[in-house]
Design a protein around this ligand. Structure first.
Ligand SMILES: N[C@@H](CCC(=O)N[C@@H](CS)C(=O)NCC(=O)O)C(=O)O
Length: 243
């Protein structure tokens, strides 16, 4: 799919009011998100939609090594997506980008960081849990079950089982936590919950591992809640990717 210019929340009347040269200048400033078809970039897309920030997408095909081109490596020296360009400002690492926009537009769209520093502390705690404990085993599963076969590699069932066991231990802790609070950081839907959407969606789709979520009553209710947000539905409608 080619680039998508996402500006649903912008009032179209406002565009009629500004002169076309100003409009051109404004469009140059629209946030560019590279690699919308993959899971980690979707963390950024859903965050931008929740915050009501306009953006456009730049497709990058990692199966054709477009992420290894010299131009792309100038933006992201490690060769992975996402990267954003916001005017002259470039940023990579999906969670850093999501934190940046949650903070930059703290008072616009959904507040994803909490009202007090204590709430923000809990949001940060669960964001770290997502990055350090949840993401590694689920990413291993995605590589073994979805991505490696596309590259012609045969998955090893023993390694799949090991990653699944690791993920189960993390999900058991989530089940306990979510039996006590609606969302990970408390009563608010936050960046911590949002950050789980893009990888968890894989379990529910092509990987056929939805039982990992459905076998846990509170995790299952939490997933139904966060994945039915209009922002996430929009992301998977516009960029279905490999789900
Ligand atoms: N920690 C990084 C991970 C980025 C990442 O692994 N992106 C994948 C796509 S979801 C990618 O670019 N893979 C291709 C590669 O690294 O060669 C982030 O959150 O932005």
């Amino acid at each position: 799919m080619g680039p998508i210019y996402y500006k649903e929340r912008v009032d179209p009347e406002r565009y009629l009011e500004i002169r076309s040269d100003e409009r051109e200048e404004e469009e140059k400033m629209v946030v560019k998100v590279y690699g919308p078809d993959y899971a980690n970039p979707k963390r950024v897309l859903v965050c931008l939609i929740e915050k009501g920030v306009e953006f456009e997408t730049v497709p990058i095909d990692i199966f054709k090594d477009e992420n290894r081109s010299p131009e792309f490596l100038k933006l992201q020296p490690f060769g992975s997506v996402p990267v954003i360009q916001d005017g002259d400002y470039t940023l990579f690492e999906s969670r850093a980008i999501a934190r940046y926009y949650a903070q930059k537009y703290k008072h616009q769209g959904t507040d994803l960081l909490g009202k007090t520093i204590e709430e923000t502390g809990l949001v940060e705690q669960w964001l770290e849990v997502e990055a350090q404990c949840y993401s590694p085993p689920i990413t291993d599963l995605i590589y073994k079950i979805v991505l490696d076969p596309i590259r012609g590699l045969t998955p090893d069932p023993k390694l799949i089982k090991e990653s699944e066991d690791k993920l189960c231990k993390v999900l058991d802790i989530y089940e306990e936590r979510l039996s006590k609070s609606k969302y990970l950081a408390g009563d608010l839907f936050s960046l911590a919950d949002l950050s789980h959407l893009s990888l968890t969606q894989y379990l529910m789709g092509k990987m056929r591992k939805e039982y990992l979520i459905r076998d846990r009553k509170h995790v299952s209710a939490w997933w139904d809640d966060i994945s039915s947000r209009p922002s996430w539905k929009k992301v998977i409608e516009l960029w279905p990717g490999l789900y």
